[in-house]
Ligand binder design. Structure first.
Ligand code: M6R
Length: 364
């Protein structure tokens, strides 16, 4: 039931601090990962993994895109990510000793299942990261890690995404500890994961500010979402959420690509949303944002650095509290979920049941 919330989507956004606890429960102990959580056969598989292939659709694909940044940085092994509907129909080259990771909230997405069936015999092992125990995906993979997010009713995926990200970080740790990640580094990441519920709680306090900001989008027809590094998939997820429930055309770009084309679209009718945590890419991103301002584009920035990006004519800023670098994609997702939710509410769309979409896409 929705309780005090007007829509399931909002309820599910607000459940995320608790969902973070659920996905970590029994998977970490004090300062380390408990890899038995992946099943008894998992350790032997992890020992042999030399590359990773992630497959998924929609929001789950965006989670996979974030994980690629983590796996290649922390485990130092090659990681590929692809939408299942493309992967299943092309001739793929699968490196030796590949761990196939299928990501799906429902575990019933037709393309993801078909892609799994297509390559199952050619990989070292397959792992499902899934929210539905007993689903087809879980039954057909060798290993599984449940995201424990509880039933997700809103068609727009919210808590499923952030719980997938945590599950993917746990998977990254399992791989990385075999490839040079020190126990100190692992301890630090585990601490960061355990801090997520509280940090999410703080972010939810930005809700009314975000609601106010959302007014500026209601009359617009197009928007651009920008991010760099692991925040690029977060921008993609923000854009998907907005188009899915508010029916406003939204596109995401890695900010460095702006001048290779999309800048031509920018004018005062094209709001540009940027996710801008305080990290080593911030200066680059700021330069990209200046390019937008110079063309009259209105900026809406979720910023981790109060000093360097100031609110002024044409730039609306929502400041986020400091967050640890590897957790940025998980935490910066929340304000974007809230933004799309409030825009949709203003537009009066059916938030939980957007037109033309189904919660689970069981046909191709
Ligand atoms: O159940 P799955 O995670 O496999 O579903 C994949 C997509 O259909 C799903 O994430 C879809 O993109 C969401 N409605 C997005 O909010």
């Amino acid at each position: 039931e929705k309780g005090p919330f007007k829509h399931f989507m909002l309820k599910e956004i607000y459940e995320q601090p608790q969902v973070m606890r659920q996905v970590l429960e029994g998977r970490v102990y004090k300062d380390h990962l408990l890899e038995q959580a992946f099943g008894v056969a998992a350790a032997e598989v992890f020992d042999q993994v030399k590359s990773v292939q992630l497959l998924a659709c929609g929001t789950s694909y965006h989670a996979g895109m974030v994980a690629r940044y983590w796996i290649e940085e922390l485990a130092g092994i090659p990681c590929h990510v692809e939408v299942a509907s493309e992967f299943r129909y092309r001739s793929v080259v699968i490196p030796q000793d590949t761990l196939l990771i299928c990501l799906s909230q429902s575990g019933e997405t037709a393309d993801t299942l078909a892609a799994l069936r297509e390559v199952k015999g050619r990989v070292l092992s397959s792992l499902a990261i899934c929210n539905v125990p007993g689903s087809s995906l879980v039954r057909e993979t060798d290993l599984s890690l449940m995201t424990n997010a509880g039933p997700e009713i809103g068609v727009a995926s919210t808590k499923a995404f952030t719980s997938q990200l945590v599950a993917l970080m746990l998977t990254t740790l399992a791989l990385a500890r075999r490839h040079g990640l020190s126990s100190e580094q692992e301890a630090e990441i585990v601490q960061n994961l355990l801090a997520l519920p509280e940090q999410m709680q703080d972010l939810l306090k930005l809700d009314s500010q975000i609601e106010e900001m959302s007014q500026a989008f209601a009359e617009k027809h197009h928007t651009l979402f920008l991010g760099r590094g692991s925040l690029y998939p977060v921008a993609m997820e923000g854009a998907l959420k907005l188009k899915e429930i508010s029916y406003i055309h939204a596109e995401a770009y890695p900010a460095g690509e702006l001048k290779h084309g999309p800048l031509a679209l920018v004018d005062k009718e094209m709001p540009v949303v940027a996710v801008a945590p305080k990290n080593s890419m911030l200066d680059k991103l700021k330069a990209n944002l200046q390019e937008v301002r110079a063309r009259g584009g209105e900026l809406f920035v979720f910023s981790g650095d109060r000093q360097s990006i100031q609110q002024e004519e044409g730039i609306s800023v929502i400041s986020l509290p400091p967050v640890s670098r590897l957790m940025e994609p998980i935490l910066y997702t929340l304000p974007l979920q809230l933004l799309s939710y409030h825009v949709a509410v203003i537009k009066g769309t059916d938030v939980d049941q957007p037109r033309n979409l189904a919660k689970s896409v069981t046909v191709e």
